[in-house]
Design a protein around this ligand. Structure first.
Ligand code: ATP
Length: 858
């Protein structure tokens, strides 16, 4: 069974289907031998095909191999062998394979179609390897086809079930792992085994052991938790200690209430039994009970007030940490999917939501408080009861109810994926969106498809029938075995039944008061224990949240910061402009397989005015991004003033550049701050702001605004309205007047961005000005004035302009770089490039021609 034993066989065409890392389906025709997926080194295909003499009998060998050597060749469980025969013209529907399968076509031809309609025709002897693709088969030939498959189930632990319209995919786990009741305890026990270094833990390395936890906690979970608590303490030692003390006080109040309740019941029981009145004792106990009830309310309220202060501090503290990290992220690090998953969700809404960190704190606090309350309650109960065994037993019965309630737990206690694969429901959702969503309004009316929408919706509704569309949680709960539910309900009264039997057995074993006290206490214990168990199921979630809070600390930046200061020398030694050299620079965006810049080399001398031209997508903006070190080149080197760009300190570098981009958002701050952010390191006076506005051509329109420089054009909205029934006109006025966006034209927003650049040029130590096509919405006069002022302000500095317009800029440029398809095709000044008769001249002529033909009299 080796490849060398059958040199006379026809070559095997091997077709592999799969996905690119971005999830795009791909087909690789005549792919090289791939290693056996689970063991890395097997040459399964070599073995199968080189043992045969001609394609038809491959079939037998293939089948026999599958049968006889199954264990040896296909160790993963559930591998199966399947023959598929398809008549001419027949098509299989698109389906997704969660398996990894190998197929060989032995008769006829077959077309493999991927979900993006890529197709490939297979002939006898061709082999296909499919890896989790969505695909269909079509016999487009005139004869029957026969295919043989060996299907290897992926060693995945996924469990797929259906709840109404929802397909529910979750990790397969043992009963213990699934039960939300045991979930946190398993985590804790394993964690404890690790921390305490007990001999059992030595079987697996700590990392492996942790990885096997139902929800993965990494090695830092414990130290993160300790740091978390320390940080919270530092945020407000007084509040932290007050919250702890008040929680203990709440627990003591609850226990004392139980004590006085017991005294009342006992005294009343004694009075009834002896037909005598013990007024003083009863009144004393009642006063104690009432006082404590009131005290409890006050202490609880104070605890809430202090907790809220602490939570607010926690929320802003961790938000600040995330902001400090995220606002410095360079694009290539931010686009890394691993980083993205950690960063997303960290930008919590300031006004509406409580933060993850605060909810972890509250959750852990809830567990601790619940435990203290239960412990104090139990000790009071045992202290008061003559029959401690009966008390303990009835408490245990109550706890059993809580335990049973949690065995089924919640669908949300483990990770899952749900999706709807009912095509009728999906169609209904699309039709609903067409009918309701404003973005389709104009099309809906002008194309007149309103009736069509309703008709089609009815049809789909009819096809859906009565399948349940309710939430996963409700459907999941209904799937619990009914006998289990019954058992749980029986356990509700088990404490009462136990106490009743005890009295029947020995009438003197419990007094009436004691019976009532135990009965009442165990009742409240049921609620308390349920709360504790429930909170405990959340421990791992809180630990994961805390782990997430600190995970940002360990994310390395893709761009390495340099040590060298920039500019390298003192002000006297340095020229005012930067010198730039691109040496053979190629660049592709992270995750992309296409070079958007290819082997680009040029030199810009200090103080030169450079213009970059080229058609859309030729790589102009990408060149600028490399200069600004938003990305590093994939190959080649960029030198700035003789040293590699990457050797300079990043913030020094960026501080020395002023970049006016194509897309210039208006920040959700006042116009004054929008301008002043151009030189964020310095305080700008009103005069300086006005001057920047004047230079950018924005002064006139800002003057017309009611609130002038203080106008927030694009405010963050906090206002919401809730109406019952018809819209309330008076409330509506409040909403309309608040936080409304002020629409300005594209040209005006470009002028604002230009003003920000002037504020930077005025105040910063700028050595390089880059202007990337910011004038698309400006009128010709506005554009002319802007470029003139920019040139004036950048005298002596190096200036790079990216433009599509050929005019006075290109004519005055010291150097023009002409890009095409990511390559630098021409460089020189205007006259030199025109004389080359190449790409530059072509672009120039297109515009010149348009101008001539536009200006011809009609
Ligand atoms: N973040 C990105 N990820 C992947 N590809 C990108 C990204 N940004 C740009 N590209 C691709 O890089 C190529 C060059 O884009 P670039 O923006 O540099 O061109 P341009 O010459 O500035 O175009 P335009 O004149 O339209 O502004 C284009 O094919 C574009 O699709």
């Amino acid at each position: 069974m080796t490849s060398t034993s059958r040199p006379d066989l026809p070559p095997v065409r091997r077709i592999v289907t799969g996905h690119t890392p971005e999830g795009k389906p791909i087909i690789v025709d005549d792919a090289p031998i791939v290693p056996y997926p689970f063991h890395g080194s097997s040459t399964f295909f070599t073995d199968v095909f080189w043992t045969d003499t001609s394609p038809p009998s491959n079939e037998v060998i293939f089948r026999d191999l599958a049968r006889e050597h199954k264990d040896e060749l296909y160790p993963p469980e559930g591998s199966s062998y399947k023959v598929v025969e398809v008549p001419p013209g027949q098509k299989s529907p698109l389906h997704r394979t969660l398996s990894f399968d190998y197929g060989i076509l032995t008769h006829g031809t077959m077309t493999l179609i991927l979900d993006d309609e890529k197709r490939i025709v297979m002939r006898p002897g061709d082999v296909v390897i499919q890896r989790g693709t969505i695909h269909a088969w079509h016999n487009e030939g005139t004869e029957w086809t026969r295919m043989h498959f060996i299907i290897l189930r992926m060693p995945q632990k996924l469990h797929i079930s259906q709840f109404g319209i929802w397909t529910f995919v979750t990790k397969k786990a043992s009963f213990l792992e699934h039960s939300s009741l045991l979930h946190p305890w398993i985590n804790l026990v394993r964690l404890w085994t690790l921390i305490s270094g007990s001999p059992k833990a030595t079987k697996a390395s700590p990392k492996e052991e942790l990885a096997s936890l139902p929800v993965v906690l990494d090695n830092g979970a414990v130290s993160n938790f300790i740091t978390f608590v320390k940080e919270i303490y530092c945020l407000g030692p007084f509040y932290f200690l007050a919250v702890i003390a008040l929680n203990v006080l709440v627990a003591i109040c609850t226990a004392l209430e139980t004590f006085f309740r017991g005294r009342i019941l006992d005294s009343i029981g004694w009075c009834l039994q002896n037909q005598k009145v013990e007024t003083a004792v009863v009144i004393q106990a009642m006063l104690g009970k009432l006082l404590l009830a009131v005290l409890d309310v006050y202490v609880t309220r104070m605890e809430e007030i202090y907790s809220v202060v602490l939570c607010e501090r926690i929320k802003y503290h961790f938000l600040q940490r995330s902001m400090a990290f995220v606002s410095r992220l360079d694009p290539s690090t931010a686009e890394d999917p691993n980083v993205y998953s950690k960063v997303s969700g960290r930008s919590e809404d300031l006004t509406y939501h409580t933060s993850d960190a605060a909810s972890a704190f509250m959750g852990i606090k809830g567990i601790v408080r619940g435990l203290i309350v239960i412990l104090t309650q139990v000790s009071v109960l045992l202290g008061m009861s003559r029959n401690s065994f009966a008390s303990l037993m009835s408490i245990a019965f109550c706890i059993s109810y809580s335990l049973l309630s949690l065995v089924k737990g919640s669908v949300y206690s483990s990770s899952f994926v749900t999706f709807c694969n009912n095509s009728h429901i999906k169609r209904m959702a699309s039709l609903r969106s067409l009918a309701f969503d404003d973005e389709y309004l104009e099309d809906r009316l002008s194309h007149g498809f309103e009736d069509y929408i309703i008709r089609e919706f009815k049809k789909s509704r009819h096809s859906v029938g009565d399948v349940c569309t309710g939430s996963i949680q409700s459907q999941w709960r209904r799937s619990a075995p009914i006998a289990f539910e019954a058992l749980r309900e029986l356990s509700w009264d088990s404490a009462l039944v136990f106490l009743a039997l005890k009295v029947l057995w020995d009438p003197k074993s419990l007094s009436m008061g004691e019976f009532l006290l135990v009965q009442q206490a165990s009742h409240s214990m049921r609620g308390l224990s349920w709360g504790i168990f429930w909170n405990c199921t959340e421990i791992h979630r809180h630990l994961l949240i805390i782990q997430g809070l600190y995970s940002l600390d360990n994310i390395p930046s893709h761009l390495k910061d340099g040590d060298a200061p920039y500019p390298p020398g003192s002000d006297e030694e340095n020229q005012p402009g930067a010198q730039i050299e691109f040496r053979n620079v190629s660049f592709r965006y992270p995750g992309s397989d296409k070079n958007v810049l290819r082997e680009i080399s040029f030199t810009i001398r200090p103080g030169q005015i450079v213009v970059i031209v080229g058609v859309n997508g030729s790589g102009k903006s990408s060149t600028i991004k490399l200069l600004n070190r938003l990305y590093d080149p994939s190959f080649g080197e960029i030198l700035l003033d003789g040293l590699p760009l990457s050797s300079y300190n990043l913030s020094d570098l960026r501080r020395s550049m002023s970049i006016l981009r194509q897309n210039h958002p208006v920040f959700p701050l006042s116009i004054r701050e929008n301008i002043a952010l151009g030189s964020a390191d310095k305080d700008m006076s009103d005069d300086e702001v006005q001057q920047a506005l004047r230079q950018g051509g924005a002064e006139t329109f800002v003057r017309k605004l009611k609130r002038g420089l203080e106008t927030v054009l694009n405010p963050i909205k906090t206002v919401t309205i809730h109406t019952v029934g018809a819209e309330d006109p008076e409330l509506k006025v409040v909403v309309d007047d608040m936080e409304t966006k002020t629409d300005i034209s594209g040209g005006e927003s470009q002028r604002l961005a230009a003003s920000r650049t002037f504020s930077r040029l005025m105040n910063g130590n700028i050595r390089l000005l880059v202007v990337d096509e910011p004038t698309s919405a400006l009128d010709p006069e506005g554009e002319y004035e802007l470029f003139t002022r920019l040139r004036e302000h950048s005298k002596g500095k190096t200036a790079i302009f990216v433009t599509h317009r050929f005019g006075h800029l290109t004519k005055h440029a010291d150097l023009i770089l002409c890009l095409k398809d990511g390559c630098l095709v021409e460089q020189g000044n205007h006259d030199e490039l025109l004389s080359l008769n190449g790409e530059y001249k072509k672009l120039y002529n297109v515009q010149a021609r348009a101008f001539v033909s536009d200006s011809k009299p009609s």
